[in-house]
Design a binder for this molecule. Sequence first.
Ligand SMILES: [Zn+2]
Ligand SMILES: [Zn+2]
Length: 138
Amino acid sequence: MNVRNCPRCNRIFVPQGRRICPVCVREDEEKYERVREFLRDHPGATLLEVIAATEVDEDTVLQFIKEGRIEASQLQGASLHCERCDAPISSGTLCPSCQGALAKELQKAAGSLRPSSPGERETKSRPKDKMFTADMKD
Ligand SMILES: [Zn+2]
Ligand SMILES: [Zn+2]
C-alpha cells in the first residue's frame, strides 16, 4: 500500500489526495471552527486576540487566510502582503494589480509558445517524420 509520513506529526498514513494525515486534517478543521466562531462573536478582533482566545498558532491562522477561508479584513493586525510588490491585501497571495499583471504575463508566455513562424511549422512536418510514423504503424 502507498503510505507516507505526515509532514506535520510524522504519523504514517495513506495519502488520499491530502498532504497531511487525517488526524492533522481533523485538528485543522477544529482550529478553523474555533477561529471562525471567535471571529463571529468578536468581529474586528486582532490577530493576537484570536491566537490568545483560540490557542491556534499564528501560522495556522495565516494559512486559513491564505486559503481564503478567513477574510483578513475581519482580523485586525493580520495583514497579508502581496508576494510581488508587498502591498497589503485582504486575501490570497497577490494584490489585484499584480494579479492583473501576472495574467497578462501568462497570456504573453502562452502566446510565445505557439508556432508563429512558417519555418517552425515546416520543421514539424518534415517528410522524414512522416516516414518514421508510417514505419511505427506497420
Ligand atoms: Zn499528521
Ligand atoms: Zn502586488
